[in-house]
Design a protein around this ligand. Structure first.
Ligand code: ZN
Length: 147
């Protein structure tokens, strides 16, 4: 099987059977982001525990739009939930770097797990915003939660 085909299947699987979808309570902060070029929307909530080294207790979300944007939200939920906030932000940075790499990056599969499936998106400037949408909403929500 071609790697690209495998990656497409991972994305389609998350799109058809999204993990952790739905807005849940309680939560610390919410962010709503839109990608007007594609019509994608996401509302994302984060729940952190209040420790000195906070942990991401939950990431819940609701959205609509293309398969890439919606699958990206599902992967984000699966990847960042139950991580420390510091670890989640490390994964976030690796993901945004991969998506911004224009196909030149060497993504860290151990760190990014299913999210490496989005590496190919970096070759398509028109889809980059789709893949980043939920991740930008996550960063925004975390910044609000810290206020
Ligand atoms: Zn899109």
């Amino acid at each position: 099987m071609q790697l690209d085909t495998l990656y497409q299947e991972i994305i389609l699987d998350h799109y058809k059977r999204p993990k952790g979808r739905g807005l849940r309570e309680p939560y610390d902060a919410e962010a709503h982001h839109v990608n007007p070029t594609c019509g994608d929307e996401i509302t994302l909530r984060v729940r952190l525990d209040g420790g000195a080294d906070p942990r991401v207790v939950d990431v819940s979300y609701e959205g609509m739009g293309c398969s890439i944007s919606q699958a990206a939200a599902s992967v984000l939920h699966e990847l960042l939930r139950d991580k420390s906030l510091a670890e989640a932000l490390t994964v976030h940075d690796a993901y945004t770097e991969m998506i911004g790499s224009r196909g030149q990056g060497q993504p860290d599969g151990e760190l990014l797990e299913d999210a490496v499936a989005f590496a190919g998106v970096s070759k398509y400037p028109g889809r980059v915003k789709c893949a980043l949408l939920p991740w930008m909403a996550f960063k925004d929500a975390v910044a609000r939660a810290a206020d």
